[in-house]
Design a protein around this ligand. Structure first.
Ligand SMILES: [Zn+2]
Length: 711
């Protein structure tokens, strides 16, 4: 509903106590499944969980045995599942994530041949203590990564069901979110039969795990026993329940010390491993309450360093698990995690880290992967450490449906990790820098047919659309929102959104309405073009006459304006305007230029995503090429690391292209042998030998220097 209508609605409710049952959103599209939730009162137009909001919960008791030499997991679990919905449930959907390795099942990308299996082997399946024949096609159906049971007796509203199963599966070798990272080190996730989500929007979630999107989970309590050979350390979600039974007294002492220490303690050191690490009891017992998943990791040659971080008066145990042969690389990892947790808790988003522990395990090659209280990362990088820890908030604490809208967690993670890293690890943060971070990845994508509205289910997107919309594009939209609302209001909305939806599952509309409700603003001008419609973001200098700069909006999506001016005496001035300058549907904006007679150069949005950068500069890029004497030899292909980049000429302008990433960056000449990107974040310097031939290139890419050979 419009803000005005909302006011009238409120007044009429107060005066006449009229209950409006068919209020509806008239400003923008809402899928019918979500509309129904507002009608039913499980969601509310003020962005808070509706008065009738509900979600189902579960208690898992799991015993798992790992045979690391055979790479075999066998488990046994009993789940108590609670139907908190207002209706009886006639079926039960259980996820078998490891069936993604099953021959013939759909996958978004390829796997190593040796991981392809016959899927998860199940036995002793019982529902409400009654044995179930999983081969009975009348009542049991295995489809993709789900197994669906038709219940003999429905679970009545407010009642519970028990589900028991034994299972066995191989640990995969493909470098994915879970699996084998070296012969005796594994990260184990998605490993237990898990009750799918049943919610107020879609009912059962039947979407398969296909290796693309990561989570949409219910809220559960976990009580897990992990049995391993005695020379292994096990790290897991939650609190380690029996350290005194498992750990040798010398290790136990250090573990206890770490829980009290602000400084990093080597709980299991290189020396401990050299002497032959062994435990007293081989079953590690972990418990975690009100989390959305459970994961664990093990190794016989990883060190364990740990310390406590005080969050809101509580002690949180922060751990790092890494290969002892690379000890030097990881000596600061625990301290980096402590610092990240502090600033996530106290500043952005500024909601206290909500659990009792966090462990970063070094396994995955390339990037990182989050689970509750656990991350599986490729290295000690600050960015990846903050990013994966941030995921605690989304999708773990606020259980967004990432299968449908991955931008609801990945966008916030990308946006927040950049902000925290720039502010607290590099001491340099600005809106320009936050926008610039994503510009290269977005510019070529904007307005292409890959650039689909964000409301499209993430799982149905191809890999490029999925990546750009989930990460850099949505991080950019959150930055636009932050820039528009200003520091104080934006942070109030961001924290309010997390606190309102903690442990619950918001839809995109709960996010939209919460930000509108807390800021008191109608933000339809932002939501509609950026989340629901096709279009592009593209501003251009239309004219400069005396002190009047007219900027034209050639696109459909609103972006802020950042005008950077340079004067004759080399001083500079920046002017910025919120993206809501376009909110009335106007196509031009007039900007007053101070000291216009002394202006030598001017740019509009050189660091903000823009589909066509060529028309954002004064003097024009074409003019900047006048007088440049670029050697013809610099044009061609270069081998830079493991990709090929090309310097190409188009209408006398040089571009840097990486065809495999659809990347095309316009350049301007700095000297006869040097080109720069228009935002000055990247430069390309050519090596010319005595005969005038170009032999190589030196690329400065956002501060990273790479060299390449001419092909
Ligand atoms: Zn992420």
């Amino acid at each position: 509903m419009m803000k005005k209508q909302a006011k009238t609605f409120l007044i009429s409710t107060l005066l006449f106590s009229v209950v409006i049952v068919n209020a509806q959103e008239t400003r923008f599209f809402m899928p019918k499944e979500i509309q129904k939730a507002y009608i039913n009162g499980t969601r509310s137009y003020d962005g808070k969980p509706g008065q009738k909001y509900w979600h189902n919960t579960a208690d898992y008791a799991i015993d798992v045995n790992v045979n690391p030499s055979e790479k075999l997991i066998s488990g046994s679990e009993k789940v108590t599942y609670y139907n908190n919905s207002p209706k009886p449930m006639n079926s039960l959907v259980v996820r078998l994530y490891y069936d993604v390795y099953k021959r013939g099942n759909p996958r978004s990308s390829s796997l190593m041949e040796k991981d392809i299996s016959d899927g998860v082997r199940l036995s002793n399946v019982k529902i409400n203590e009654k044995e179930i024949n999983v081969e009975n096609n009348q009542s049991v159906r295995r489809s993709g990564t789900n197994i669906i049971f038709q219940l003999e007796k429905p679970i009545k509203a407010g009642k519970k069901l028990t589900f028991e199963v034994d299972w066995e599966q191989k640990i995969p070798f493909s470098n994915r979110r879970t699996g084998v990272y070296d012969s005796t080190s594994c990260f184990i996730a998605y490993f237990y039969p898990q009750i799918a989500v049943y919610d107020d929007i879609y009912g059962w979630d039947y979407m398969n795990y296909i290796l693309q999107t990561e989570f949409y989970n219910g809220l559960a309590n976990f009580d897990v026993n992990i049995t391993m050979p005695k020379n292994y350390v096990v790290w897991a979600t939650g609190t380690f329940q029996n350290p005194d039974k498992v750990l040798h007294p010398s290790i136990l002492g250090k573990y206890r010390k770490a829980k009290e220490s602000g400084e990093t303690i080597e709980v299991v050191s290189a020396d401990d491993l050299k002497k032959g690490f062994s435990v007293l009891d081989s079953t590690w017992h972990y418990k975690a309450d009100e989390v959305s998943d459970f994961a664990f990791a093990f190794s016989d040659h990883y060190q364990w360093s740990a310390a406590k971080q005080v969050v809101d008066g509580r002690d949180v145990l922060v751990s790092s698990a890494f290969p002892t042969e690379k000890e030097k690389d990881f000596k600061n990892l625990t301290a980096v995690q402590q610092k990240s947790m502090k600033h996530l808790s106290e500043d952005v988003p500024g909601v206290p880290y909500p659990y009792e522990a966090f462990t970063t395990f070094i396994g995955l090659r390339g990037g990182g992967m989050e689970f509750p209280m656990m991350a599986n990362n490729d290295g000690p990088g600050t960015g990846v450490t903050i990013h994966e820890m941030f995921h605690t908030y989304f999708p773990m604490y606020v259980r967004v449906n990432e299968k449908r809208w991955a931008w609801m967690d990945e966008g916030w993670a990308s946006y927040t990790d950049a902000l925290i890293e720039k502010k607290y690890f590099n001491n340099k943060v600005s809106f320009s820098a936050l926008f610039a971070q994503n510009k290269t990845q977005i510019d070529g994508f904007l307005g292409s047919n890959m650039d689909v509205p964000l409301l499209v289910n993430s799982q149905n997107m191809d890999q490029q659309s999925y990546f750009v919309t989930s990460y850099p594009l949505s991080a950019t939209i959150y930055t636009i929102l932050h820039h528009h609302l200003g520091e104080e209001v934006f942070m109030k909305c961001y924290r309010g959104y997390i606190n309102r939806w903690a442990k619950k599952s918001p839809t995109p509309y709960d996010f939209f309405y919460t930000f509108e409700n807390i800021s008191g603003e109608d933000l339809a001008w932002l939501w509609k073009p950026w989340f629901m419609e096709f279009g592009t973001a593209d501003v251009a200098i239309q004219s400069i006459k005396k002190n009047k700069l007219i900027v034209e909006n050639l696109g459909q999506k609103p972006v802020p304006l950042f005008v950077d001016i340079m004067y004759q005496d080399s001083t500079t001035k920046s002017i910025s305007k919120s993206a809501n300058i376009w909110s009335k549907g106007n196509k031009t904006v007039e900007i007053n230029l101070p000291d216009y007679k002394k202006i030598t150069q001017l740019s509009v949005n050189k660091q903000i995503p823009d589909a066509d950068n060529m028309d954002n500069f004064y003097p024009s890029i074409e003019q900047r090429y006048k007088g440049a004497k670029l050697s013809e030899n610099i044009f061609g292909d270069y081998k830079i690391r493991n990709f090929v980049g090309s310097i190409v000429k188009d209408a006398n302008i040089a571009f840097f292209e990486i065809a495999q990433f659809n990347m095309r960056i316009p350049l301007y000449p700095v000297s006869d042998i040097k080109l720069s990107s228009l935002d000055d974040s990247k430069s390309f310097e050519f090596k010319i030998d005595q005969s005038g031939d170009c032999t190589g290139i030196s690329v400065d890419w956002d501060g990273f220097v790479l060299t390449g050979e001419k092909l």
